[in-house]
Design a protein around this ligand. Structure first.
Ligand SMILES: Nc1ncnc2c1ncn2[C@@H]1O[C@H](COP(=O)(O)OP(=O)(O)O)[C@@H](O)[C@H]1O
Ligand SMILES: [Mg+2]
Length: 383
């Protein structure tokens, strides 16, 4: 077993990872696009939500290095209409605010949209309690400031200012974690579409170029959107990103992402589909507080997100590969990993997982071999 490429980096941004698809989609739809967009709105939606299995063909000759035909795989799993609404918002003059539970792919969606629209997802501010107005507006290169005074060259633009100057998308992650007065710096940027730099005198007003917009994300947990000022809320169109609706689509996604994660260390994913189905079903039951049969389930306080399910499937795949566990025996690893996800904040969550075992898992065990085997592993969950 060997790692693939020594030069490979972890988590390359979507504009690099999907460079071929983006170049293809640019040539595929040469139609009219909003100012400074790299792709048409229709092509952006195809990039994010996939071409529904259809192989797209270029209308004319293929530019160098671009394939003539390509099927675009789905990246964000969800309603296509949601992606369309996001794209329409970004073509207008209100910001886009993606809200939802942690791990519902808000950040991923925001990266994909900026990569497709502006060619980069890198103009990003990470909102934290320590984020200052400078992070959203501008700072100074102090050595240059002292040597030459406040000049354009001494100005260090924030990712937001940089996006205004080129007419691109800026991303603000977890905007509600910023202090309210810091959030308010965004109000004037989003409404006036300009930013004043008083230190530069009369020439110190940066007017946003056409194409500039902001995608912000906010979690419903911790400091939520309820703490956002009304003035700022009005500058955004809100889109709620829900957890994945259908079991089958969630299992497909978990399988796909875990497969590509273990492929990076050069092995196939040796976890049976049945095991992945049980894993995702358990996550969904505990997330919803209701089993797929409609039985009540005591919900743990932890977020049982798809992102966590991908993490568990990947760990099971890696453990299987490194320690030579067979695909069917991978089931034995599931309860331990599940407990690891559930047991984070509240010690009572162990009891909730045990109750799930004594309820839904036990009832299914009467009919189904996989659940029967899982039920027999109950002791792994005990203290
Ligand atoms: N609907 C979805 N479509 C595609 N991937 C998803 C989806 N929901 C969760 N994921 C997985 O979860 C990961 C983490 O999502 P992330 O964007 O960090 O979530 P958030 O910002 O909402 O907390 C994604 O990279 C992906 O692996
Ligand atoms: Mg996020």
């Amino acid at each position: 077993m060997s790692g693939s490429d020594d030069e490979a980096v972890q988590a390359p941004p979507p504009e690099e990872r999907y460079a071929e698809e983006l170049a293809f989609l640019k040539a595929w739809d040469p139609g009219p696009r909003p100012p400074r967009w790299q792709l048409t709105p229709r092509a952006v939606v195809h990039f994010v939500a996939g071409s529904r299995g259809e192989e797209l063909a270029l209308p004319g000759a293929a530019p160098k290095g671009v394939p003539k035909k390509l099927a675009i795989p789905e990246k964000f799993v969800g309603e296509r209409a949601l992606v369309e609404r996001c794209v329409v918002t970004l073509a207008g003059e209100r910001g886009l605010l993606l809200v939802g539970e942690p791990g519902t792919a808000k950040s991923m969606l925001s990266e994909l949209l900026s990569a497709a629209i502006s060619g980069t997802s890198a103009r990003t501010v990470q909102g934290t309690a320590g984020t200052s107005e400078e992070h959203l507006r501008y700072g100074w290169n102090y050595a240059m400031l002292l040597a030459r005074g406040p000049t354009r060259e001494a100005l260090v633009p924030s990712p937001v200012l940089a996006a205004m100057e080129v007419g691109g998308i800026a991303r603000i992650e977890e905007v509600t974690r910023c202090l309210p007065e810091v959030q308010d710096a965004l109000v004037s940027i989003l409404s006036d579409r300009r930013l004043a730099v008083p230190e530069l005198g009369d020439g110190g007003i940066v007017q946003a170029k056409q194409g500039f917009n902001v995608i912000a994300t906010a979690n419903l947990r911790d400091r939520g959107v309820s703490e956002m000022s009304a003035a700022l809320k009005r500058r955004f169109n809100f889109e709620t990103v829900p957890p994945i609706g259908e079991l089958g689509r969630e299992v497909d996604l978990v399988e796909r992402q875990a497969t590509s994660a273990v492929a990076r260390v050069g092995v196939p994913l040796a976890v049976d589909r049945k095991v992945l189905e049980a894993l995702v079903t358990a996550f969904r039951d505990l997330r919803a507080g209701r089993s797929k049969e409609g039985w009540a389930v005591d919900k743990p306080s932890t977020v049982m997100s798809t992102a966590e399910a991908v993490g568990v499937a990947t760990s099971m795949g890696l453990q299987g590969a490194y320690f030579e566990v067979g695909a069917d025996a991978a089931l034995g690893l599931l309860p331990g990993y599940l407990l690891g996800v559930v047991l984070k904040d509240d010690p009572k969550d162990r009891g909730r997982l045990l109750a799930y075992w004594d309820g839904a898992v036990k009832r299914r065990a009467e009919q189904d071999e996989t659940w029967k085997a899982l039920h027999e592993l109950r002791r792994v969950l005990e203290e």
